[in-house]
Design a protein around this ligand. Structure first.
Ligand SMILES: [Zn+2]
Length: 409
């Protein structure tokens, strides 16, 4: 990589564009688009005759898209970006990042983090990139670790770069709306976020069964928007429920109403925040209150549609390796002892996850027990593990729910 850059600059310095005013951007740090000019000839190999006349083409950096955020850049050269982890809401340690580069086709771009120590990102971690449109969510690991800087050659003109597998707000909406025509599905609008984004619930249940016979199971995710693996876990859980309902010989051992709440924090997801909502709150510390509005919407929904909920899973993830665990509400409640034991079984199925008790009224799992009477566990998957991908996360969600609902099935 250094050799290639040297070659590029050798060419550039022979061109008449040597003193183009790209230094205007040299220390610019902005959440908004940053254009870096580069002679087109430098991108397509040596064309000595054309260098002097080639129109410059920009590499454009942006986080201005659904789920973009968490990082700003400064350009050291035309093909090098210094990346600074930023959290628009001031959360530390720094976590989620997702940005877009345009104008990189056929070019090798180098990167270095300026403040890796503000995060828990290991130096051996490799970022993700996608060469397909955002809608496809097709990310793969880069070739090099973040360590002392890294480079990647891109084939597409526009690429998306992230550290955790992204799952934008539009996808969380599609995640539930795409099932709305299913005969077992009901989609409910449950309110709007502070910035006016719609919040939905997907309910899956067999309409042939008497409603009074059903137990409510609730799935919640993205209170902390950067913890994207929860959405992939939820994908697997939705698929599992539909598969069981659609298979005549695989009925659940019991009748359930499954409630999927896919985007507890729509604004945080859209704006690329790691932890907080648009008003700067940590939603999973707000369940003892009636604000912000996202918590109000969720609580009103649960009280109206699952007032005696049986089980809940709040899907999270963590940047702290030591926190990679399941967390369950524990207040010396005898009635929940068996569930807690089952939880340990699930932990084994999740390979290496530990379980820990945690109480207090601020959490979703607290509200779930204190107001609804049920038992909710919180999952915390370590985000910097590089052994998972969307398919394995979906499978994990699927298996987890299978064990929770039918431990012997
Ligand atoms: Zn969380």
């Amino acid at each position: 990589m250094p050799h290639m850059l040297g070659m590029f600059f050798g060419v550039r310095q022979r061109s008449s564009m040597r003193s183009r005013p790209c230094r205007v951007f040299a220390h610019a740090r902005s959440r908004f688009a940053l254009a870096i000019m580069l002679p087109a000839a430098l991108m397509t190999g040596p064309r000595p005759d054309a260098v002097a006349d080639a129109a410059p083409e920009p590499i454009v950096f942006s986080t201005e898209f659904d789920s973009g955020g968490g990082v700003s850049v400064a350009s050291r050269t035309e093909t090098h970006f210094d990346l600074t982890l930023e959290d628009a809401q001031g959360y530390r340690p720094k976590g989620y990042l997702h940005f877009k580069l345009s104008g990189v086709k056929g070019r090798t771009v180098s990167f270095a983090f300026t403040n890796l120590n503000d995060s828990r990102m290991p130096s051996g971690f490799r970022l993700l990139y996608s060469e397909t449109p955002l809608e496809s969510l097709d990310y793969r690991r880069m070739d090099e670790t973040v360590g002392d800087g890294f480079a990647q050659r891109f084939d597409a003109d526009t690429v998306f770069i992230a550290n955790y597998y992204p799952y934008p707000y539009a996808h969380t909406v599609r995640q539930v709306l795409r099932h709305r025509e299913h005969p077992f599905a009901t989609v409910r609008a449950i309110g709007e976020s502070h910035e006016g984004r719609a919040m939905y619930a997907l309910v899956l249940s067999d309409p042939a069964v008497d409603e009074s016979q059903k137990r409510d199971v609730v799935f919640l995710t993205r209170q902390h928007p950067g913890e994207t693996v929860g959405s992939y876990h939820m994908d697997g859980m939705i698929d599992y429920v539909l598969d069981v309902f659609e298979a005549a010989d695989r009925a659940f051992d019991g009748d359930f109403r499954f409630h999927f709440l896919p985007h507890a924090n729509p604004d945080g997801i859209y704006n690329g925040y790691h932890r907080f909502c648009a008003q700067g709150f940590d939603l999973n510390r707000r369940w003892a209150s009636d604000s912000p509005v996202e918590i109000q919407n969720l609580k009103q929904y649960l009280l109206a549609h699952a007032p005696a909920a049986w089980r809940g899973i709040d899907l999270h993830a963590t940047t702290n390796r030591g926190y990679d665990a399941l967390i369950y509400y524990d207040d010396g409640i005898e009635a929940h002892q068996r569930v807690a034991e089952n939880v340990y079984e699930h932990i084994r199925s999740l390979r290496g996850l530990r379980a820990r008790p945690s109480s207090g009224s601020r959490f979703s799992r607290s509200f779930f027990h204190e107001a609804l009477g049920g038992f909710m566990i919180t999952t915390e998957k370590w985000l910097y593990a590089q052994t998972f991908d969307p398919d394995s996360l979906r499978a994990q969600g699927r298996h987890f729910l299978r064990d929770l609902i039918a431990p012997n099935g």
